[in-house]
Structure formats: C-alpha cells, structure tokens
Write a protein that binds this ligand. Structure first.
Ligand code: HH2
Length: 257
C-alpha cells in the first residue's frame, strides 16, 4: 500500500502532493513502483495534528480518488469521517482505512452498505493527545482485546468478516518501546484470524532509535518492513514504494521458502 497524503501538514510528505495534479501523478507512480493499493488521505493524524473539516477533506481527496480509480487502481480512503468515506466511495474507493476503527457511528453502516473492505486500526487517545505518556500493562494483549471488540462491532453492523483487516497502529499512542514490542510480537495478531496491516514508514520511533531525521529513515523503515513480513503481516503501508516493494518481495520469499 502506497501512501498519498493530500495534506499541507503530514509529518513526512506534508505539502508535497497538495495540488490534485501532482497527487494523481504521484499515485500513478506509486502503482508503477509496485503498490497494489493507493491510500489517499486528506487529514494528517500525526501527533498534535488539528482536525480538518469534512468538506475540506472531501475537496482534497475526491478528485484524486476519482482519477486514480478511473485508471483502474485500487484506492483506499484514509479517513475517520463517514462523510469523507462516503464521497470517496462514490468516487471509486474500495477500502476504508479508519485509524479510529469505526468510531464515527455512521461509518460501519456505510461500509456495510457499500460492501467495501475496512482497515480497523488501534489508537490510544486522539492524535492531539495520544503521545502524552501512553501507558499499557501488556501492550499487545490490550491491542488484541481492542481489535477483537472492533471486529465484533463491525460484523454486528453488517460488515462481512472477510472484508476486515486489523492494524496495531504503530505510533498511535505508543512509546518507542511499545512499537518495538508490537513488531517483535506481531505473530500474536494471527490469533484474530484476519490479515494484519502495519504502518511503520518513516515514523518517529525509527528516528528515536537511529537518530535520523524524517527523510533519513528509509533504511530503518526497511528493517521494520522485513520484520513485519517475516512475522506474518500481509499489508504494508509505506511512502517509499520504490524501495519497499523489493523489501516486501524478498522478505516474503524468505518467509515462505
Ligand atoms: N499511519 C498513518 C496514517 N494512517 N493507517 C493505518 N492503517 N496504519 C498506520 O500505521 C497509519 C495509517 C500516519 O502516517 P502518515 O499518513 O504518513 O502521516 P500523517 O498522518 O501525518 O498524514
């Protein structure tokens, strides 16, 4: 999955793809580089980010989703607002990537009606507050319990179980050591019986351990991607598809040979 942030303030590529034409061109490039899905987002969820109004988010993402879907690409919409997801689905998105795991009460009925796939992600708190001293007993157990409950809520709302994907939410209310533990114990998420997605790309914990700025985190990201694939992840959300497509292919071979 290639990341396409149509935002002015995303933590690593904010402002780069804010005009629709360059965003569309970048989406096409990500697909050529090997992304099977383009994840289009119009609101940053970086720590401390301010929420964006639905109409602003819709104006940012819809032209991009429509253009990419028309080219036959699989598009996911990275949003937690049902109004945005609805507009993106009408424009051709087939996956909803919801970092709040269906917190908007209108989201689950919409996804059920539209028969789209849904990524349910764990976050502790909100982007504004989530990095303020997050505490866990057993971080993996707590996330597993949350995801199990959200899977149940999603199927109760009428979303077919085979359309659901789970994501532990790297960096969303987690300290660096929590992210390492999630990656080390990623195999435990197989117990949920659904494909596991993971997004480590260029994230802060990599900078924390390696002392690297955001544009210097590609090698660190590659190590996390390889580890995630070896431990069973099936959907890898990254910015640097050109490099990570090979990392994914090679680690998949190592895992399955
Ligand atoms: N991470 C980000 C955004 N969406 N979705 C899923 N399923 N998993 C993730 O780990 C995830 C996500 C944050 O990264 P990015 O989109 O690069 O930054 P920003 O939120 O600042 O736009």
């Amino acid at each position: 999955m290639g990341v396409l942030n149509v935002t002015p303030d995303s933590f690593s590529d904010g402002g780069t793809w804010i005009d629709a034409r360059s965003a569309i061109a970048h989406g096409v490039r990500l697909a050529r580089q090997g992304a099977d899905i383009i994840d289009v987002g119009g609101e940053s969820t970086r720590p401390g980010a301010e929420p964006v109004a639905a109409d602003v988010e819709i104006r940012r993402v819809v032209p991009v989703v429509r253009a990419l879907a028309r080219r036959g690409l699989a598009v996911s919409i990275d949003t937690s607002k049902a109004a945005v997801a609805s507009a993106a689905i009408d424009a051709g998105a087939s996956i909803v990537n919801d970092v709040t795991a269906l917190a908007d009460p209108a989201m689950a009925p919409l996804a059920a009606r539209a028969r789209v796939a849904v990524i349910l992600m764990h976050m502790k708190g909100t982007p504004r507050t989530m990095q303020a001293r997050p505490r866990y007993g057993d971080v993996v157990k707590e996330i597993l319990a949350f995801l199990r409950a959200r899977l149940r809520a999603a199927t109760s709302a009428g979303i077919a179980r085979e359309r659901l994907i789970v994501d532990p939410g790297i960096g969303f209310g987690k300290l660096p050591r929590h992210n390492l533990e999630i990656l080390r114990r990623l195999g435990e998420f197989a117990a949920l019986g659904r494909p596991v997605a993971i997004g480590t790309s260029r994230k802060r914990f990599i900078g924390h351990y390696l002392g690297r700025d955001v544009d210097e985190r590609v090698p660190g990201t590659a190590a996390t991607v390889a580890a995630a694939v070896l431990r069973g992840a099936s959907l890898i959300r990254v910015h640097d598809v050109d490099v990570m497509a090979d990392v994914v292919r090679m680690s998949t071979l190592l895992r399955d040979s």
